[in-house]
Design a protein around this ligand. Structure first.
Ligand code: HEC
Length: 108
């Protein structure tokens, strides 16, 4: 009789452990998805026009908020190419801010 009790307790403990570890790994996955990799985005989407050191078409002395707006809404240059707008491509204001911070640090 005691053996059955011990087995039951161990089984329940293992099930609970399983639930906890599945929960933990889901959380970790969500965090990875939420983390925005500004450096990788810059390399893949922006470096061709702005250069590896953000030294082209980028004035680091301008206010962050203005620069963020240009990323979100785009900007027509005097002659092409224009600055594309990235809001509709899924860049959020927070992500644009991270890109501005990155570009300023690249240029520094
Ligand atoms: C097709 C070329 C091109 C691409 C790609 C591009 N940009 Fe631009 N960007 C421009 C041009 C051109 C301007 C300047 C427009 C003007 O003021 O004449 C500009 C302006 C900006 C500005 C404002 C700079 C200032 O001094 O006012 C920021 C910030 C910026 N881009 C960030 C980005 C980021 C971040 C990406 C990638 C997600 C990106 N750009 C991709 C061409 C590009």
């Amino acid at each position: 009789m005691r053996k059955i009790l011990v087995i039951t307790v161990i089984t329940i403990a293992l099930i609970l452990l399983g639930i906890v570890s599945v929960g933990a790994s889901t959380k970790k996955h969500k965090k990875v998805v939420a983390d925005f990799d500004a450096a990788a985005t810059y390399k893949s989407k922006c470096v061709s026009c702005h250069g590896a050191k953000a030294d082209k078409k980028f004035d680091a002395t301008k206010a962050d908020d203005d620069l963020v707006q240009v990323i979100l809404k785009g900007k027509k240059a005097e002659k092409p190419p224009n600055m594309p707008e990235y809001e509709s491509k899924g860049i959020t204001a927070d992500q644009a801010k991270a890109l501005v911070t990155l570009m300023k640090s690249l240029k520094a």
